[in-house]
Design a protein around this ligand. Structure first.
Ligand code: AMP
Length: 368
């Protein structure tokens, strides 16, 4: 196994492998490796002929008050772990190799990166997307391996690869935990003995939520409350967020009482109680609402319907009290554009409705 610091050395090695028709797996890390990383490297070496591991503490994904300077480093130990797990090449660049003084190009993403960890770490995912796309350009792997521990990162990287047509398969790998359930993490070394004991509350609380779901609970709010209450029972714990989201879109999916969903103001499309509506009522009675509606939360605790006025009416007529909703945080203009876009292609819209809808959308777009 070789350790190289230069981009050119990685490129020439991988080129040579590829000319022999070999498949290349890639595991990007920030080093201070543990069994979690090791499981990724092992999987990569099982599924590919050659494995590259990058060890780089990427400065641009750390906020000003974060732990860039104190992030633990131990290249010698990391190399032994990589070798043992089946890696063929470690790429360990200096900052100067990765970032020119006047570096000025970033990969930024909307939506997926705004919520969850992105709320408290506003520049984090821009740094991750930028360095991961640079590493993909340097290594040019066939497959790249990421841990499910960083679930938002995994979803973000998959979306980036899709959106930018990067020719790599992203493989998600299960979380490796300590015996007491805490997910293994290089940052666990920051914890005092007392904090380390307290940290087990995270996994315990998640397991309570899992049990609740296995017992048939489908109401996100009550599952979240169980998890939150459990975490709060540990005095050293502070909650950043507890959310239930779709694992690839990261959108919140909740069962919401229809009575707390208000119509979109100025909604241009009339909901008519016609034959088609009767068919929908019948189908909703038989199968439920298959496609969740889209709502946005209002400050007073109610919701505003963005897409799904007809499905909501069908539920009302069918006597169904709750509906599955994707909950999106949207500005007024974003909400207007999505409301128009998600309705405009329907066949039965009147020309006057269409014209009014386009006018609304145009007004909203002018503000952007
Ligand atoms: P990091 O060095 O923290 O940037 O992590 C490098 C990769 O290892 C990321 O894809 C992480 O999600 C993954 N990883 C870190 N800890 C674990 C773990 N306990 N189980 C599985 N994967 C992990």
């Amino acid at each position: 196994m070789r350790v190289v610091e230069r981009i050119n050395d990685v490129r020439s090695t991988v080129k040579e492998w590829k000319s022999q028709g070999l498949k290349v797996g890639f595991v990007p890390t920030m080093g201070y490796l543990h069994e979690g990383h090791e499981s990724l490297i092992k999987k990569a070496s099982e599924e590919n002929d050659k494995v590259v591991v990058s060890i780089f503490v990427n400065p641009i994904q750390f906020g000003p008050k974060e732990d860039l300077a104190s992030y633990p480093r131990d290249l010698k130990r990391d190399s032994e772990i990589c070798e043992r797990a089946g890696a063929n090449l470690i790429f360990h660049p200096e900052n100067e190799e990765m970032y020119f003084n006047d570096f000025s190009t970033f990969v930024d993403m909307n939506g997926l990166t705004n919520g969850l960890c992105g709320k408290s770490r506003p520049i984090h995912f821009r740094g991750v997307c930028t360095v991961v796309s640079k590493l993909f350009n340097i290594v040019a792997p066939d497959r790249a391996y990421f841990g499910e521990k960083d679930a938002q990162q995994l979803a973000v990287v998959k979306r980036m690869v899709r959106d930018l047509n990067i020719d790599v398969e992203i493989v998600g790998c299960p979380i490796v935990r300590e015996e007491d359930g805490l997910a293994k993490s290089s940052r666990n070394t920051y914890l005092s003995e007392e904090e380390r004991a307290a940290a087990t509350i995270l996994n315990k609380s998640l397991m309570l939520g899992k049990e609740e779901i296995q017992n048939g609970q489908r109401n996100s709010a009550s599952i979240i409350k169980i998890i939150e209450d459990s975490i709060k029972s540990e005095k050293l714990a502070r909650i950043d967020y507890v959310e239930i989201v779709d694992s690839s879109s990261l959108e919140k999916v909740e069962e919401i009482n229809i009575s707390s969903i208000k119509d979109f103001p100025n909604h241009p499309f009339k909901v008519i109680n016609d034959e088609k509506m009767q068919e929908m009522v019948k189908s909703v009675k038989e199968y439920g609402v298959i496609l969740p509606v889209i709502v946005r939360p209002k400050e007073d605790g109610t919701y505003e319907m963005i897409s799904g006025h007809r499905r909501k009416r069908a539920c009302e007529l069918a006597g169904i009290k709750q509906i599955r909703c994707i909950v999106k945080d949207l500005t007024d203009d974003e909400a207007t554009i999505l409301m128009v876009d998600s309705n405009i292609q329907r066949e039965e819209i009147l020309p006057s409705e269409k014209a009014f809808a386009y006018k609304l959308k145009l007004e909203a777009m002018k503000h952007q």
